[in-house]
Ligand binder design. Structure first.
Ligand SMILES: Cc1ncc(COP(=O)(O)O)c(C=O)c1O
Length: 327
């Protein structure tokens, strides 16, 4: 149904795993995880689904160099650098952080994948955006064709597809999922999944556990991208107020990237029941909400629930200092 060009990177579907050990420990059946952390490229994660569409757009534009920006630990930067190397694009990574030993270590994988890494210093997101536009103009003046990775609507298409993949998997594997949990952050992954779910007639109730913004900001982001997807794809979906989306704000703590006692507990609990790794910034807070709402009966016991593990696992290796009970 989607008209956008897509450069296939991944063998789908990712596993839809029942968390049997966790269910036994919590005495709460019907808990699943969609393993978008188990992808074959660069330790996986949600941005690879988006990259299939960003690469499609870059190729259509005749680009030869990908520009991408993020913090030194950015999952987007790492996965873009890997995908660029695979598909023959040059890649320049811009970090809004200082050029020091810690950040060079954090950005090591980008260099491993052959990207050029530029440190802008601790600038704002807006200044980072201006720097990348300036670099793109300079490259264009040299006869290169740059493509800036990160357009929210194009990226969201990856999770429109993911909703269809998951629905198909649920039917084929006879796993009657009703509730799907996602990290609530910048919005493309969430809005894409919600849009895909709406196209299918809303087989899932979508729960967003905020890891970054307050409810008004998160909802505004999701709304905007949902409406942009409508315009971009030309597809007919119900208005967002008529599709099942729940916002959960109680697991954010002091804000983005700040660990909470619950996120620490979530990481330890999942490691020690299922041997699955999650990290503080995205998946641990989402998992904390998923388990808490399931255990406290906010999700009816006869309605199976699934967390989408969106990856980011490499960050865990630099989060040692965030743990209070392990050291
Ligand atoms: C591991 C991981 N999960 C979730 C997200 C949130 O995705 P989005 O920016 O589409 O809201 C990100 C974003 O960087 C991420 O890296």
């Amino acid at each position: 149904m989607l008209r956008d060009p897509r450069h296939t990177l991944l063998h789908m579907p990712t596993p839809l795993q029942r968390l049997g050990y966790l269910e036994a420990k919590l005495e709460r059946p019907g808990l699943y995880m969609k393993r978008d952390d188990l992808m074959e490229i660069a330790l996986g994660g949600n941005k690879l689904r988006s990259l299939e569409f960003w690469l499609g757009a870059a190729k259509r534009a005749g680009a030869d160099v990908l520009l991408v920006a993020g913090g030194a630990m950015s999952n987007l930067c790492r996965l873009t650098a890997a995908a660029a190397a695979m598909t023959g694009f040059d890649c320049i990574v811009f970090h809004n952080s200082a050029d020091n030993e810690t950040n060079r270590q954090r950005s090591f994988l980008n260099k491993l994948f052959g990207a050029e890494v530029r440190y802008l210093g601790p600038v704002s997101e807006q200044q980072r955006g201006e720097a990348i536009l300036k670099a793109a103009a300079e490259l264009a003046a040299q006869g290169r064709v740059p493509y800036i990775v990160g357009d929210a609507v194009v990226g969201a298409l990856g999770y429109v597809v993911a909703a269809a993949e998951m629905h198909d998997q649920v039917l084929r594997e006879e796993k009657p999922l009703r509730h799907v949990f996602l990290a609530g952050s910048m919005g493309p992954t969430e809005a894409g999944f919600i849009f895909g779910n709406a196209l299918l007639g809303s087989p899932f109730e979508v729960h967003l556990v905020s890891v970054e913004y307050g409810q008004a900001e998160l909802a505004a982001r999701v709304n905007r991208i949902y409406d942009d997807l409508r315009r971009h794809t030309g597809l007919t979906v119900p208005d967002l107020e008529n599709v099942p989306v729940h916002y959960h704000m109680d697991y954010l703590g002091d804000g983005y990237g700040q660990p909470t006692p619950q996120s620490e507990q979530a990481i330890i609990s999942l490691a020690r029941t299922e041997g699955i790794l999650i990290e503080h910034v995205y998946t641990a807070k989402t998992f904390a909400g998923f388990v808490d709402l399931a255990v406290r009966g906010h999700i009816p016991e006869d309605e199976p629930a699934c967390l989408i593990h969106t990856g980011g696992t490499p960050s865990l290796f630099s989060q040692f200092g965030m743990f209070k009970s392990i050291g």
